[in-house]
Design a protein around this ligand. Structure first.
Ligand code: GTP
Ligand code: MN
Ligand code: MN
Length: 360
């Protein structure tokens, strides 16, 4: 038994955007449990519960050492009653009974499998489950109409659920750069998402494209996609997308963006292992005008919770509205211009947090 005096106490800021969260997680037993419950809540459209579990998980990720006793958590923000119960269960029993029963539940398993299909969200998965579809085999034989993205997602299911490596991300980056160079000289490509935060693998590869001359980027996405599609005969090519140029982007996000699937030729070693010379990889492409580039880079680097917390900080603490396009100061009633992420943090009155420490 460890006495109260011996356990380390932590002092942690309440917003994730005030904290430095590296990939070095000392409490993965706890964060895994909380993240699974967050995921389950999100899959069931319980957004409030999802965010509460995400915040609790993010707080545990930011702790400098492993938690061994509940008494260490006294006074910490972001830990609600439910999250504390889960943490207690893991600390005392090694596992959380709620997490274990969720993992075993037929509904959770089906939601995981079905939303693992590119182009299938929680709503569609829920509808299918209500019609008795719990797995890919049942879906294939159900006669359900799938859109093009979903068909492609189902076809490349295993590839797309296999983590993307940094080497694969770099290879995709070269293809994107080549496409962009071919359609508009001087265009710039920036890696965003998890790989920019230093992650070694990801579920996709995220890129932001811009041009130093404002306005030149207009109409760039359809051209890039057309170029990639014209490469069908080459080693690497473009397979399918959703929310691409065929469908206008939603009002929520005015960027031209394209959530797509690339065909990536494998290296020699991987080739012999699987007998397949290429694999499908999820790639997100976003085009931004240079005037919004800093906001776009910040907004698409993540993590998702870090972004959410930045926007909450801006609104609640600074009376400002932050998006992937701009920062608006509601007090001064004006937009605040920025050409770097550092400037945006400064406007927000936050210490600059580099991408590698945004892994909340
Ligand atoms: P992995 O891909 O799983 O490695 O993690 P990731 O952090 O790269 O996640 P993801 O690719 O899903 O998202 C990367 C960033 O893009 C995150 O900051 C998200 O908040 C952001 N993002 C994702 N979808 C949207 C969207 O529809 N609009 C905006 N503005 N941002 C988005
Ligand atoms: Mn990503
Ligand atoms: Mn993405």
């Amino acid at each position: 038994q460890i006495s109260e005096a011996e356990v380390a106490l932590f002092s942690v800021s309440s917003y994730a955007c005030q904290r430095r969260t590296t990939l070095d997680n000392h409490n993965s037993n706890l964060t895994d449990a909380l993240s699974l419950l967050a995921e389950n809540a999100e899959l069931n459209n319980e957004d409030g519960r999802g965010v509460a579990f995400r915040r609790a998980a993010a707080l545990m990720k930011a702790l400098p050492t492993q938690v061994i006793s509940m008494s260490q958590l006294r006074g910490l923000p972001c830990l609600g009653e439910h999250s504390l119960r889960v943490i207690k269960d893991v600390l005392e029993n090694g596992v959380s009974s709620e997490v274990e029963s969720t993992k075993q539940s037929k509904r959770y398993k089906a939601l995981k499998i079905l939303t693992g299909i590119f182009g299938v969200g929680a709503k569609t998965a829920d509808r299918w489950i209500r019609e008795g579809i719990y797995n890919l085999e049942q879906l294939r034989h159900s006669g359900q109409t799938l859109n093009r993205a979903q068909k492609s997602g189902l076809e490349h299911y295993d590839d797309l659920n296999e983590p993307v490596t940094k080497a694969e991300a770099d290879a995709i980056g070269e293809i994107v750069q080549k496409a962009v160079d071919s359609v508009l000289t001087g265009s710039q490509v920036a890696l965003t998402g998890g790989f920019r935060r230093g992650k070694l693998t990801g579920h996709d590869v995220d890129f932001l494209i811009t041009h130093p001359e404002e306005g030149k980027e207009v109409g760039l996405m359809p051209k890039v996609v057309a170029w990639l599609e014209s490469q069908k005969t080459t080693r690497n090519s473009y397979l399918e997308s959703k929310d691409g140029p065929a469908r206008p982007a939603s009002n929520m996000d005015r960027f031209e963006r394209c959530f797509s699937i690339f065909k990536l030729t494998k290296g020699k070693e991987q080739e012999t292992a699987s007998h397949k010379i290429w694999r499908a990889v999820r790639v997100d492409l976003v085009v931004s005008p240079i005037s919004q580039f800093a906001f776009a880079v910040l907004g698409w680097t993540g993590s998702k919770l870090f972004e959410r917390e930045l926007r909450r900080w801006a609104g609640h603490e600074k009376n400002m509205s932050l998006s992937s396009h701009a920062l608006f100061d509601n007090t001064q009633n004006k937009y605040l211009r920025a050409t770097s992420e550092e400037e945006i943090f400064a406007y927000l009155g936050l210490e600059y947090i580099p991408p590698s420490e945004r892994n909340a």
